[in-house]
Design a protein around this ligand. Sequence first.
Ligand code: APR
Ligand code: ZN
Length: 372
Amino acid sequence: IDQPNVITCKAMVAWEAGKDLVMEEVEVSPPQPQEIRVKVICTSLCRTDITAWESQAIFPRIFGHEASGIVESVGEGVTEFVKGDHVLTVFTGECKTCKHCESKKSNMCQVLGLERRGVMHSDQGTRFSVKGKPVYHYCAVSSFSEYTVVHSGCAVKVSQQAPLEKICLLSCGVAAGLGAAWNVADISKGSIVVIFGLGTVGLAVAQGAKLRGASQIIGVDINPEKYEKAKCFGVTDFLNPNEYNEPIQQVIKRISGGGADYSFECIGNTGMVTTALQSCCDGWGLTVTLGVPKTNPEIASHYSAFLSGKTLKGSLFGGWKPKSDLPSLVNKYMNREIQVDEFITHNLPFEDINKAFTLMREGKCLRCVIHM
Ligand code: APR
Ligand code: ZN
């Protein structure tokens, strides 16, 4: 059997919070037991990469978690993958054996869940180094590198026919939005939906709501440039809070006849969670959170929201179990049942990744796909 060697390749390394990534020659270790090494083909930039790069303290680090690639080698004990398989990486894995993986109610794998310390799940080590210095991971994916190592439970095998330069979006943002609409909220036909934040995540919720037959989809964003794109994903009413002299929840209550059936926070602003809760109706109004805040992590609400029967529900990755559910989402894309291409506003070569950061920070893109 061939023993995989260390690979030297190019990666975009973050050395400091908020500073441009730097292209470096990195050494990528062979995959350890139960791990696979993946040649990254495409990675798209997600807002959460930017949030972590701006606000966290773990450096040097390789960000990137929304990606597609091809298996280059497999570690000991891996039976699910062989060299050449096409995969999507996932920031929250599925071990298939823990209590949560066995439950229909959860996608919060207790073994391969969201990794926050910048290391691999199995041994708390890293698989990257630059000139002998360890480089930390992000969400145990780190796709801003030509090659990366991931746990085999954090990759999903997909059809070889599916275009990797498009379906990378299903590895995080688009899947998260569709899943929040379908699995978490379970939107019913004829509903009124309000979405705070019309980035890729919010517009994927809109698409999910439209496909469920929602009658009104209200989109709230402070960037008026988002409206054109929002229409093509099903948003029927666009509200810019800066254009009103009254609280936006009051406007929403008025145009929805007493509040929305469902509201979604897709900004990452905990103040907006409160607003979202106030925008839905008494009795059955449901607010789902998808955003990841950078600051002010605590959520405030008057208890009367709950006395009047409202529900606040959290979600991660739209409730999807990645291995069990993502292949069918890829098939839906292949059958043209869901739109993915329309979220891609820019395609950039790997060396221009800092441009993607700028575009997203300036609100000028939905998804930038980086081609390695
Ligand atoms: N009010 C209304 N809209 C806002 C506000 C605000 N105060 N602040 C920002 N927005 C809008 C932005 O104009 C943008 O259109 O929210 C949208 C956020 O979209 P993106 O930055 O493209 O982010 P996206 O990738 O869609 O992620 C949204 O989900 O996964 C999490 O970490 C992610 O918290 C982030 C959220
Ligand atoms: Zn599990």
